[in-house]
Design a binder for this molecule. Sequence first.
Ligand code: GLY
Length: 304
Amino acid sequence: MTTHHETPPSDWIVLVHGGAGDVAPERRATHADGCALAAEAGAAVLRAGGTALAAVEAAVRVLEDDPKFNAGTGACLNEDGQIELDASIMDGASLRAGAVAALPPFKNAISVARAALEDGRHVLYASEGAARFAVSKGFTPAKLEELRTDAALERLAQVRAGKAAAGWAGGTVGAVAKDAAGHVAAATSTGGMVDKRAGRVGDSPIVGAGTYADDQTGAASTTGTGESFLRTAFAARVVTATHVPALGPMLGAALEAMTARVGGTGGVILVDRDGRGAFARTTASMSYALVRSAAGAETEERGS
Ligand code: GLY
């Protein structure tokens, strides 16, 4: 089943997701509340006249710090019981981007990605080199135990015991925003898939697959079966399709086309250059929240 939703144009807007998946119905409201806290962190930036880039980083940091989500604290564990983090961030004004892949534990991978964007020499750092880059920028490595939750340990044990499907964990987080100056940005962060092979990299740190932003069109962040989003260059594709009258159906059709072509399920959030916000999912749930301002009035929404 495909679900989609969209808003009218906004002067500024921030829209976040807490991952497409199948969260138990009784826990969905808590996930939506976690997203609402993140959206408010982004909205505080935009309300004060800050940039979309700063807003998406602020929002994703809140989600990374929330152990309910599969990013930062609470990230899922790989085949070795280790955490390898993927994250990326992109500025639609300049097309600058920064990303980290298979990063050893750091509390906020999205801020390391932001540091890569600001540094500007390279876009994507991986593994131990990414950790070295992070330390060079003043970030402190975290101990595995600081980010590893009981829920993540239990999920890995379930997968190994054959009691849960291996693979994508759900709970990837992301944010998209348009600021009052008309600039857009996107950010995505994840622990990836439960029991993934060491060194596996998903869509989230790949510019064009998991994250894309361009002021000429819009900004998007994806969640779901990473290999499918990678193989369809999903985020870049939907960002170039924002000329349509209705964004929600366009996103839903893009997800369905992905599934038909290469399999996989998931969700996507998007803002366009006019400040329309939209999402679609082909999963049972995807927590989200948004705050938008239009004609001087603010609106907040949350759901799952
Ligand atoms: N979409 C997140 C991942 O597959 O890693």
